[in-house]
Design a protein around this ligand. Structure first.
Ligand code: NAG
Length: 241
């Protein structure tokens, strides 16, 4: 969703009498700052289904249901010029405002990926992917397991305001490790031009590894010393020394 820089206008028109609902979403999608590639999309939904859409690249309304097709034909003969001019004007008029108030002020999140529980046997493990100090608040943090999006066993916090215009968010993944699998945390944010992927490295972190090395060296030294002591004692008691 944040992949393309886009401006969203949401107009909701609800007819409640018989439970019918119609809503309309206007979008402007662009990627170059000189606004030469702005595409405007005006979509109409009816009872949650895609109904009619205007795409400025296509240049006309297209219907998606039998009735939608008839409506699109009707609108193409009645409202086409208005739609072409309106969304163009809307997009080109609002993009500079959005750019100067939000997009120019985006701050990239700092990402930290760590394990919360140590792996033990076949038990579950918990990973935490945290994003700190970003702006604005809208962000998407999700997990990939061997390239597939994980939908269950994920708990995420809301975007938490730090009180200084920056935000933080934390996502937890609880899973049973399988050998050879690849786990990644993906972050999408307006400050990034594409989704950023952070791969989990299941090998022990540096500090844990040095603890293991120190512990193992201590154990080996202890065995050598007690063996030496034991040999010394044996020899002494048998009268060799
Ligand atoms: C609009 O139409 C063009 C041309 O068919 C297409 O490439 C583009 O993806 C469409 N945009 C959207 C948002 O559907």
């Amino acid at each position: 969703m944040i992949l393309n820089v886009q401006l969203l206008l949401l107009l909701t028109l609800t007819v409640r009498t018989d439970g019918y609902d119609m809503y309309r979403v206007g979008e402007c999608i662009w990627s170059s700052s000189d606004l030469t590639d702005v595409e405007s999309i005006d979509t109409f939904y009816f009872n949650m289904g895609l109904w009619v859409q205007f795409n400025s690249t296509v240049g006309k309304f297209v219907g998606f249901t039998e009735y939608g097709v008839r409506i699109a034909e009707n609108w193409n003969s009645l409202h086409l010029e208005q739609e072409r001019a309106g969304l163009e004007r809307y997009c080109k008029g609002n993009i500079p405002i959005l750019t100067s108030t939000i997009l120019d002020k985006t701050v990239e999140p700092k990402i930290r990926l760590r394990s919360e529980k140590q792996f033990s046997g076949g038990h579950t493990a918990m990973l935490m992917c945290s994003a700190y100090d970003f702006y604005p608040a809208a962000i998407d943090v999700y997990w990939l397991r061997d390239g597939k999006k994980v939908t269950s066993e994920v708990i995420s916090t809301e975007e938490l305001a730090d009180g200084d215009w920056y935000y933080q968010v934390h996502s937890h993944l609880e899973y049973t490790p399988r050998s050879g699998e690849k786990i990644s945390c993906v972050v999408e944010h307006a400050s990034f031009s594409k989704p950023m992927t952070y791969n989990w490295d299941p090998s022990l972190p540096e500090s844990e590894r040095s603890k293991v090395i120190i512990g193992a060296s201590g154990l080996v030294l202890g065995i050598i010393l007690s063996a030496a002591g034991f040999i010394y004692y044996k020899k002494k008691s048998s009268g060799v020394l």
